[in-house]
Write a protein of this length. Sequence first.
Length: 66
Amino acid sequence: MEFSTPNAIRQIKANTHKNIWVEGQKQCPLQAMSFAFNYHTLNIIDSAEGLNIQGVVPVSGYRDSE
């Protein structure tokens, strides 16, 4: 599911899995939350192996539609 940055951080904090995968690399929850600040939108998938997090819309590439 796609989440905005604040909602993604809430999802990471509420996570009960021991494993968090950020862009394919195992990370701790603090590193995952830090990663979330680099994106406006993140895709978070809750699976049996753990939480999989991928950035969708980076901060530097975000533009409002005019």
